[in-house]
Design a protein around this ligand. Structure first.
Ligand SMILES: NC(=O)c1ccc[n+]([C@@H]2O[C@H](COP(=O)([O-])OP(=O)(O)OC[C@H]3O[C@@H](n4cnc5c(N)ncnc54)[C@H](O)[C@@H]3O)[C@@H](O)[C@H]2O)c1
Length: 390
């Protein structure tokens, strides 16, 4: 059984799907890894390290032609720039594992399905204890939360820690996090480590305890979201009236902070605007906003996707694909997640899809030329597939 690792082709992408450190456990399960020449180079893993661990190095065409399973970080779907060129290389029955943006557009998913590939989307990983080691979304969110704070600290014309020096006292930086999911919680922890005073707001009441356990102050707003989280633990979309009230109430907190990190997203939906241009104008000049929701429209009205904007003296960082900016550890975490997934998928050296295993069932996106995932079909209003054998 051959696992192929093509070099990532999304412009500026520096991650790689498997790192040399996971090859031994894959080999033990009968999986031979073939990586594209230079695939790990920009993440800090030269070809020689893969070769030392028993991998082969080959061309992209050879990898797609020989591998039984292709693993990528950004597959076509999430790679909307250059990913389409992989479609012609995929074979019917070939397994594909990676970020596929399953709630993106149905047409893109149909294109992937038509190749006949058996595609597994890591975004659809169930949030269960058993699947925790395979949760790539959480891994990448952890990296993004960390990097957002480091970028903000680097941009802010102030330092984060409180200092009492012969040259006077410096007050600590104030960091507000809006959206305390995995990324937001890592941002709190990182801001605190750098010496800032961190506070956070989330519409899910369950987030309060998590924020406080990291030493953050929880910002309470006198509004309550309706059914704030779904069964999977994700936030649910709210009405415009709720968001309007949120913006009104968040104004004071935003103005009182030097850095605002926004990470409030709803799966498959455009992100709610929680920081308006008026709120930005009330921040002190030199303040920084890092909008981690930028790829999904942004939580700040003045965010320019993929760019850094300066408005009213406030720097608004709308970076895309932030995890790629920490490629060594992002790749290491992703590789661990994918390896755990592959070891659960492969039995006796062959991928064996077991519909009774919720990890297989929920991540399986396309098979036999069709989009087969029930949740995705429902999301796009596609008719449910007839039960097997019917
Ligand atoms: N294996 C597991 O059980 C597992 C794995 C990962 C995450 N989780 C949990 O799932 C939850 C969601 O985490 P995530 O990082 O995937 O979330 P996410 O990336 O989907 O969303 C980020 C955060 O934004 C918040 N948000 C959305 N709209 C908002 C609004 N209008 N105002 C304020 N906040 C808003 C959400 O509540 C969420 O906390 C967390 O509690 C996390 O700890 C569990």
């Amino acid at each position: 059984m051959i696992v192929g690792v093509p070099k990532e082709s999304y412009p500026g992408e520096r991650r790689v799907a498997l790192v040399p450190g996971v090859l031994a456990s894959l080999a033990k399960a009968g999986l031979q890894v073939v990586v594209e020449t230079g695939a790990g180079e920009s993440a800090g893993y030269p070809d020689s390290e893969y070769l030392d661990k028993g991998a082969k190095v080959a061309s992209r065409e050879e990898i797609f032609a020989t591998a039984d399973i292709i693993v990528q970080v950004l597959c076509y779907g999430s790679n909307d720039k250059t990913g389409r060129s992989d479609l012609a290389l995929l074979r019917s029955g070939q397994a594909l594992v990676g970020f596929l943006r399953p709630l993106g557009t149905a047409e893109t998913l149909q294109e992937i399905a038509r190749t006949g590939a058996t595609a597994f989307s890591v975004e659809l990983m169930p949030r269960t204890t058993r699947a925790q080691s395979m949760d790539a979304l959480s891994s990448m969110a952890t990296i993004c939360g960390y990097k957002a704070v480091v970028m903000a600290a680097d941009t802010l014309p102030r330092i984060f820690p409180m200092l009492t020096t012969a040259a006077g006292t410096i007050t600590p930086g104030r960091v507000l996090i809006i959206g305390a999911g995995v990324a937001g919680l890592q941002a709190i922890a990182t801001a605190r480590r750098l010496g800032a005073v961190a506070s956070a707001y989330d519409m899910r009441p369950a987030a309060k305890e998590q924020v406080q356990s990291l030493g953050g102050r929880f910002v309470e707003l006198p509004i309550e979201a309706k059914d704030a989280q779904d069964a999977r633990g994700y936030a649910t979309a709210q009405g415009e009236e709720f968001y309007r009230k949120q913006r009104e109430l968040l104004g004071e907190a935003v103005a009182a902070n030097d850095v605002v990190i926004t990470a409030a997203v709803i799966p498959g939906k455009t992100s709610p605007i929680l920081v308006t241009k008026e709120m930005v104008a009330r921040m002190a000049p030199g303040s920084v906003i890092v909008d981690l929701a930028a790829e999904r429209g942004g939580n700040c009205e003045l965010t320019r996707g993929g760019e850094i904007a300066v408005e009213h003296g406030v720097t608004i960082i709308g970076a895309f694909n932030l995890a790629s900016a920490v490629p060594y550890h992002a790749s290491q975490m992703y590789a661990k997640n994918v390896t755990a997934f592959l070891l659960n998928l492969v039995k006796d050296g062959q991928p064996q899809i077991n519909e009774a295993d919720e990890i297989h069932r929920e991540t399986l996106l396309t098979r036999g030329g069709e989009i087969v995932n029930a949740r995705v079909r429902e999301f796009f209003g596609l008719p449910a597939l007839a039960a097997k054998g019917a």
